[in-house]
Write a protein of this length. Structure first.
Ligand code: AMP
Length: 223
């Protein structure tokens, strides 16, 4: 029989497999690079993967674009196929997936016994998201995000790290945002209950400053 110390150290050596769930603008894309660096994880953002498909004009990209422009969810089947190829044995942060209970079940099947260590819910009121999203600028290559007012780049419209241009996402407009928020409340919040029942859900106050949110995430992972 394993002694308890051995079991604890085996768990500590297991790669961290994490999921971030939160509405658009809740700070998932700000925290993910911090955890990626700190714990040496892969950052897998289904939104970023889909935008790559759209810009490469693949079959998947052409199909997904119709939904993304309106702020609707891309059908599960397409997303699950896309993610199956990228979730491997290494530690990761899944950002923007799963967004439906069906996707969450499929992820559990893919991971088998390895399972997830924790799911972090970024909780924040909708009214705080509108200005965050409408002023957002992103660096497509890395997913780094800025804000024209709250977190401006050092040089306007330029990524601080690479010097490459920043862009405004085409779905960061008021109409698409309303649909994205509606999809979040209707279809994605049941995923929180799914993980709550598994006992792995941790909720952080995403209206806090980024450093404070990072401290809350670290505290949750050390529990
Ligand atoms: P995001 O960058 O996470 O805000 O995602 C941008 C858009 O990509 C969403 O509004 C959806 O249209 C689509 N998308 C990203 N992830 C998923 C997912 N897990 N399921 C369905 N659609 C998704």
């Amino acid at each position: 029989m394993n002694n308890p110390h051995q079991q604890a150290s085996e768990q500590a050596n297991e790669p961290l497999r994490l999921v971030f769930i939160g509405p658009p603008g809740s700070g998932k894309g700000t925290q993910a690079p911090i955890l990626k660096e700190h714990y040496g994880l892969a950052h897998i953002s289904t939104g970023d993967l889909l935008r790559l498909e759209v810009s490469a004009n693949t079959d998947l990209g052409r199909e997904a674009r119709k939904y993304m422009t309106e702020g609707a969810l891309v059908p599960d089947q397409l997303i699950i196929q896309m993610i199956a190829g990228v979730v491997g044995g290494q530690g990761f942060i899944l950002d923007g997936f799963p967004r439906t209970v069906n996707q969450a079940r499929k992820l559990d099947e893919m991971l088998g016994e390895r399972g997830l260590r924790a799911v972090i819910e970024f909780k924040i009121e909708d009214r705080l998201l509108i200005s965050r999203i409408l002023g957002r600028l992103v660096h497509p290559g890395s997913g780094r995000s800025y804000h024209v007012e709250f977190h401006p780049p050092r040089v306007p419209m330029t990524d601080d790290v690479t010097g490459e241009p920043l862009v405004k996402r085409s779905d960061d407009n008021e109409e698409a945002l309303m649909n994205r928020l509606a999809a979040y409340h209707e279809v994605t919040t049941p995923v929180l209950d799914y993980y709550r029942q598994q006992g792995i859900l941790h909720t952080v106050d995403a209206s806090d400053k980024p450093e404070a949110v990072w401290s809350q995430i670290k505290a949750a992972l050390n529990q």
